[in-house]
Every structure is written in structure tokens, then in C-alpha cells.
Design a protein around this ligand. Structure first.
Ligand code: MOS
Length: 723
């Protein structure tokens, strides 16, 4: 039995609140937690496969030009070496978001320093790595590379938003802010480096890979390899973080496949940490001009946000910096424009909350400046500027929790106690200050399919190719099925990450939980319908709990040896166009800034978040904690440093590129405002994955100003910039 539900139809009511199990929403631990921490959960590179060869990727040492010769004979006599593969498919990987189209980067052309050009295959990893270092490659160098985004031509991305007359609003405003704020490039920095093993299994190419979106990755791979999708099986049961870098297929997966196809042997390719940094993707640096024009009460009459980002020539992706600026605050005179500079640095793509992660910290720092000029509390400034409807598109919101997040967050943090003037509090050599910022992250749903089987033995099985990239997918799907089918969590098995299963939405853009959760929910509805028929009651009367029907017969008795199965299919609907849907939140931070060194330490942080139904209090909180941690990184430590001569990434490992570690992250308090957004998804939940890093860096920046009076306009706010 299959059931197909569109977002519009499912929106009105939700059975989940009538369920009596009390499993959903609770802080259920991850079923995948124990295998992960005990090392028994296999990650992509860890499958033991007999006779598996090892491939090591070789990357370009020029920034722009063409590979003219790869001299395989320079390494073929080295110990263990089996082959040098310089198949053009390696360099021609489709750009993110362009599966099915011509590859953006043509074969054998080199467009950036560190671009993969070949793979050396040997019996052991060490032999392959040694040979890769000795491989002789000749290039024809083109000397017209531009690696500095400020020196490059830029083109407009989309039409932007133009309403009224911003310049006039700025002239006539009682209070205004006109400021340029920059952010540096970022690496997604997942714990697990990119890795893949490809092997032929009969006439199917079976690929163990570390990927976020198998439903999409299988098409990308089919395109890259010129192979039918039916011939490929992708498996990614455990993924050690992705943060955008595994949304699309990267060279290690293509390389493993090409090598396995050519050599007819299993081949594993694992990127080094340096390669993950140098050639997977980067978040673009940004330069953003904010113009805010307000009346005497601080109400915005003009709102301008113009941003410049960069990418390789021909790539479609542009960091969507203005995403939440479109709807977060009022202002009838609006100008929003995004432009892309074309430069020869590695591909820019989605990294941890693409858009809002960098757009919000700039906007929210500008809002802090405006609050100071108007002379009102920054929380109050935000409250006064929450629009009734989308200010440009005039669309209603599905629900709106910003005001609640601001007020509840402020109260829990003790915001009122902090001085609002800078340089009021000092302890020894440390200035102490507090700052706040709003959070917003657009909510999307994506098409999703899942199969739910209620087994004759009284257990349930959920199958989909959806991934769990560390977000808690295994846990929430277990809870959803348990709640709907009246089974304790240990009777539910969730099987993810295999393209032999119905196709899920993949993990990205924070759409995963709401989308695949909705598909599992509608599949459970269909299973319940069949159970009700067997039990001779109506669907609404049916009560299932603790493996029993109507507190009487066990499910096992009722099923009498026959499984009941249903496939749920959930699709976005008109709601996506007729409404504005977003998660909201607020951040509060207390920092200390060293008066002699300019070093900033975060003393404490609080985030309050509203995103509809909380599916699992523990995993949702963990997502928010992760987001706040990334906010600290964005504010204080993270930034890609490119060599101005050749665009060579200089800090390409975790020793040189500083993500926050335990010592950098203080006690962080998370308030989850459990709610229901009946329009957002069938399960009334919205995305939360990335919300925690959408604006948090500005709470720290504003706290630095409040502490020591330094208004730093460039993220990250390293000591040299603060002092
Ligand atoms: Mo996310 S950066 O869309 O995986």
C-alpha cells in the first residue's frame, strides 16, 4: 500500500498529539549512539573488503591552465603501484546542484590550486601516497588567474529586491546606520574526511561513501560515470558530519568508481584532511553593506543589504547571504542585492547554514549600532521591527516565534542586568560585556519517501535512503514510528542510507527531519488504517500502545503471521509559495575581552529557539548546541587564508583553521520553545539543524563592543582586530 500526501493536504490536522505513547518529543538517546562510540558503526572507509586497492588523489600545483601530460611511467615501477588513472571524468565532476547538466569545470582544465587531476592506485595506502607524491605532471599555465575577489569582475545574482527609495529614506531618517561588514571564507570541517569504496557486485557498482543526499548523489554519480542509475547502489549508513561538504559527490567518490570500473577491483579513496580543505569546497568570503534607516522610535523605514560573494567562473552557487534579510525586519524602502565575483579559488558551496550563517551576523551587528543610535534596548529594537507579513512579497508567515524567543531568552539570560553602555565592567585585565542577536533560518521541505513495515513478530521496520549525518535521524524516526504504532523504541528498527530503499530527501538545508518525518508519519497512517480494518474499528477509534490493540489483543495475535507494510510519499505543496516559513531564535552572550591582548573569551551563552514541534528534546538541543559552537567559531576563530599569489589555501588543516574546541565553548543554555506549525509539515515541525548558527556570532560581536568599546567590522574577531 502506498500513500501520497502533499504538504497542503496534510497541514490542517495532526494525529500525533492524540497519541498516548509519550515517546515523541522526549529526550530519547540515539539508537546509533552506542555503535558509534564503541567503534562498531562502519563509516565509509571502514568496510573490510578483500583485495581492496587504495587510491590517492593527486592535485594540481598550478592555479589556472591545462594538464598537458601525466607521466604514469614516472611511478608505475614503484612498489605496489597498480595504476595511474587520469580519466577526464575525475576533473569533470558536476558542480553542486547541476546534476544532469554539462559539468561546470571542463575536463583537464585547471581552474584552481589544489584541483584533483589524477588518482594513483596501489596495494597499500602508503604505497599509493608515496607514488602520488612522485607522479610527474606537466601543465600549460595560463597567467590570467584572478584569486582576489576584490580584483575580480562581479555579476548580479538574481533580481534582488527593490522597493521605494532607500537613498531618500536614509536622507530623511531620524537615525541611520551605513556600514560595511566582512566575513572570511569557511570550511565545513566535518570530523570524517571524504571517503569512498567502490566495488562491482554482479553488474551493480556498490559504493560505500560519506554523503548527505543519496537520492541526488546517485544521479550525480550516474552522470559523472555515464552509467545507468539502476547500475549503482550507494550506501551511507553512518556519516561523520557533512555540514554541506557532502551534499554533492566529490572527487574521492568519482575516483573510487572510475578506478574500480577500469581495474575491475574494489578501490578505496580517502581524502587527506588537507585535500578536504583544498578541493572539496569553501564557503565564500563576503563583503556586506548594511543600510538601516529608522524613525525616532527606531522603526525601520529603510532596509538595505548588499552583498558580494565569489565563486569559480561558471559555477551556479552563490552564498545566499540575503535569505533572512528578505523577511526578518520591516522597512518599506528596501534594496537587497547579491553579486558574485568570478575568481580562481576552489568551488564555493553550501557550508553550515549557507546564507544566514554570514548574512545574519552582519545584519545583527548593524542592528546593534542602530539600537545605540536610537537609544533603545537592542531587544526592544527587534521587537519594534517584526513585520506582520513578508515585507516585500506580502505573504503571511506559517507561524512566527521571534518575539517569544527574544523575550523568553532575555529573561532566562538576565539581559536586563547588563549595562547597555560600553566599558562599564572590568575584572582584572578583562573587560566584561553582553550582547544579543536574533536568529532566523528559512524552513523548507523536500520530497521524501519511506517504507514502514509492521512485522508479524510485533516489531516495526522503517526503510529509506535518508541519511543521519550526526543529526539524530535514527532517533526521531524511531520515535515517530513507535509513537504512531504503539511500540516501545526498542521494537522499532530504522534502516537508513541505502539507495535500495525508498528515496528520502537527504540531509541538507535543515529540511531533513520535517521532510522524512512527514513521509514516515504518512506511511504509519497507512499502516494504522490496515490495522484498524483488521481490528474492525475505525481509524480514529484505533488505539495502539505497548504492542497491544485497544488495550486487548497483542499486535502479534492480530497480524497472525502477516506483515503490514506501506510506503509514504511526502511532497512540498503550494504552502511553500503562499507562505513564508522560518525558524526563529535569539542569542545572548557574555564575553570577556583582554585589555592588553584583545583576546576574547565567551563566558556564557544562551540561545532560545522556536521551530514548531520538538521531535526529540535531546537531539534538538544538541543541534542547537552545535550551532552555537559554530557561531563562536565564526565570531572568533574561523577564516580561510588564501595565498594572494596563487589562491593556494594556506591553512588547510584543523591545526591552522581553528574550529572551537571544548576550551572555547563555555556553558551554553538552550531554550527550546516547543510549538506546532500546522503549515510547515505533516508533523508540524520545522528545521532546526542550522538555526543555532544563524546570527549567534553577532551576539558575541555586540558583546565585544559592550565590553571594551571596539566596534569590529570584520569576522572573525581575532585579537589583532579587537586590540
Ligand atoms: Mo547544509 S550546509 O545545507 O548541509
Amino acid at each position: 500500500m502506498n500513500i501520497h500526501v502533499k504538504q497542503d493536504e496534510a497541514a490542517k490536522e495532526c494525529r500525533l498529539d492524540d497519541m498516548k505513547q509519550g515517546i515523541l518529543g522526549r529526550d530519547v538517546s540515539r539508537p546509533d549512539g552506542l555503535p558509534k562510540v564503541t567503534g562498531t558503526a562502519p563509516y565509509a572507509a571502514e568496510y573490510k573488503i578483500d583485495g581492496c586497492l587504495e587510491g590517492v588523489i593527486v592535485t594540481s600545483t598550478i592555479v589556472k591552465g591545462e594538464v598537458t601530460n601525466i607521466d604514469a611511467s614516472s611511478v608505475l615501477d614503484m612498489p605496489g603501484v597498480e595504476a595511474v588513472i587520469d580519466d577526464p571524468r575525475l576533473t569533470a565532476r558536476a558542480a553542486q546542484g547541476t546534476a544532469g547538466e554539462a559539468p561546470a569545470q571542463p575536463a583537464r582544465k585547471v581552474g584552481y590550486f589544489g584541483q584533483p587531476v589524477a588518482v594513483v592506485v596501489a596495494r597499500t595506502f602508503e604505497e599509493a601516497r608515496d607514488a602520488a607524491k612522485h607522479l610527474k605532471i606537466e601543465y600549460r599555465v595560463e597567467d590570467d588567474a584572478i584569486v582576489d575577489p576584490e580584483e575580480a569582475d562581479a555579476e548580479a545574482q538574481g533580481d534582488g529586491t527593490k522597493m521605494g527609495d532607500l537613498a531618500e529614506a536614509m536622507n530623511s531618517a531620524r537615525h541611520s546606520v551605513d556600514v560595511v561588514i566582512t566575513t572570511e571564507g569557511h570550511n565545513s570541517a566535518p570530523m570524517e574526511p571524504h571517503a569512498a569504496i567502490a566495488e562491482w557486485d554482479g553488474d551493480k557498482l556498490t559504493v560505500h561513501a560519506s554523503l548527505q543526499m543519496l537520492n541526488y548523489n546517485i544521479s550525480e554519480l550516474a552522470d559523472s560515470l555515464d552509467l545507468d542509475e539502476e547500475k549503482i547502489r550507494l550506501i551511507a549508513r553512518y556519516v561523520g558530519g557533512g555540514f554541506g561538504s557532502k551534499l554533492g559527490v566529490s572527487e574521492e567518490t568519482v575516483a573510487a568508481c572510475v578506478a574500480a570500473m577500469e581495474l575491475q577491483r574494489p578501490v578505496r579513496v580517502v581524502m587527506s584532511r588537507q585535500q578536504v580543505f583544498q578541493c572539496v569546497m569553501r564557503r565564500s568570503e563576503t563583503r556586506q553593506r548594511l543600510r538601516l534607516a529608522a524613525d525616532e522610535d527606531g522603526k525601520l523605514i529603510g532596509f538595505g543589504h548588499e552583498a558580494r560573494v565569489s565563486n569559480l567562473p561558471g559555477e551556479e552557487f552563490a552564498e545566499p547571504v540575503l535569505q533572512s534579510s528578505e523577511f526578518l525586519y520591516r522597512g518599506e524602502n528596501r534594496l537587497l542585492e547579491l553579486e558574485v565575483a568570478r575568481i580562481h579559488r576552489m568551488t564555493a558551496g553550501s557550508v553550515r547554514a549557507p546564507g544566514e550563517a554570514v548574512g545574519m551576523p552582519a545584519l545583527e551587528a548593524a542592528m546593534d549600532m542602530l539600537a545605540e543610535k536610537v537609544g533603545i534596548d537592542p531587544v526592544e529594537l527587534r521587537l519594534r521591527n517584526i513585520p506582520e507579513r513578508h515585507p516585500a512579497k506580502d505573504l503571511p508567515f506559517t507561524d512566527h516565534s521571534l518575539a517569544e524567543c527574544l523575550t523568553k531568552g532575555a529573561e532566562a539570560f538576565g539581559w536586563d542586568k547588563g549595562p547597555r553602555k560600553p566599558m562599564q565592567k572590568r575584572e582584572g585585565e578583562w573587560w566584561i560585556g553582553t550582547g544579543m542577536a536574533s536568529a532566523a533560518r528559512v524552513h523548507n521541505v523536500s520530497e521524501a519517501k519511506a517504507r514502514v513495515t509492521l512485522k508479524a513478530d510485533g516489531t516495526a521496520l522503517v526503510e529509506t535512503d535518508m541519511t543521519d549525518i550526526g543529526t539524530g535521524t535514527y532517533a526521531i524516526l524511531t520515535q515517530l514510528a513507535g509513537e504512531m504504532l504503539g511500540l516501545p523504541v526498542d521494537k522499532v528498527l530504522v534502516d537508513l542510507g541505502d539507495t535500495n530503499h525508498p528515496r528520502g530527501p537527504g540531509s541538507g538545508g535543515s529540511w531533513g527531519a520535517a521532510s522524512i518525518g512527514s513521509a514516515v508519519f504518512v506511511a504509519c497512517e497507512a499502516v494504522r488504517k490496515q490495522v484498524a480494518e483488521k481490528a474492525g474499528v475505525s481509524e480514529n477509534e484505533l488505539s495502539l500502545s505497548d504492542g497491544r490493540v485497544m488495550n486487548g489483543a497483542t499486535l502479534t495475535d492480530l497480524l497472525d503471521g502477516a506483515d503490514i507494510s506501506a510506503e509514504g510519499h511526502y511532497e512540498p505543496g503550494a504552502i511553500s509559495e503562499d507562505y513564508t516559513a522560518s525558524g526563529f531564535g535569539a542569542f545572548f552572550a557574555e564575553v570577556r575581552v583582554n585589555r592588553y591582548t584583545g583576546e576574547t573569551r565567551v563566558n556564557r551563552m544562551l540561545g532560545s529557539f522556536g521551530f514548531g514541534r520538538v521531535l526529540n528534546a535531546k537531539t534538538a538541543r544538541s543541534q542547537c548546541l552545535g550551532g552555537v559552537t559554530w557561531s563562536i567559531g565564526l565570531a572568533l576563530t574561523e577564516g580561510l587564508k588564501f595565498d594572494p599569489r596563487d589562491g593556494h589555501l594556506a591553512n588547510c588543516d584543523l591545526a591552522e583553521y581553528h574550529v572551537p574546541v571544548n576550551r572555547d565553548v563555555p556553558e551554553v543554555e538552550i531554550l527550546l520553545l516547543d510549538g506546532r506549525d500546522p503549515l510547515a509539515s505533516a508533523i508540524q515541525a520545522k528545521g532546526v539543524g542550522e538555526l543555532g548558527m544563524c546570527g549567534g556570532a553577532a551576539a558575541i560581536a555586540n558583546a565585544i563592543y559592550n565590553a571594551c568599546g571596539a566596534r569590529v567590522l570584520d569576522y572573525p574577531m581575532t585579537p589583532d582586530r579587537v586590540i
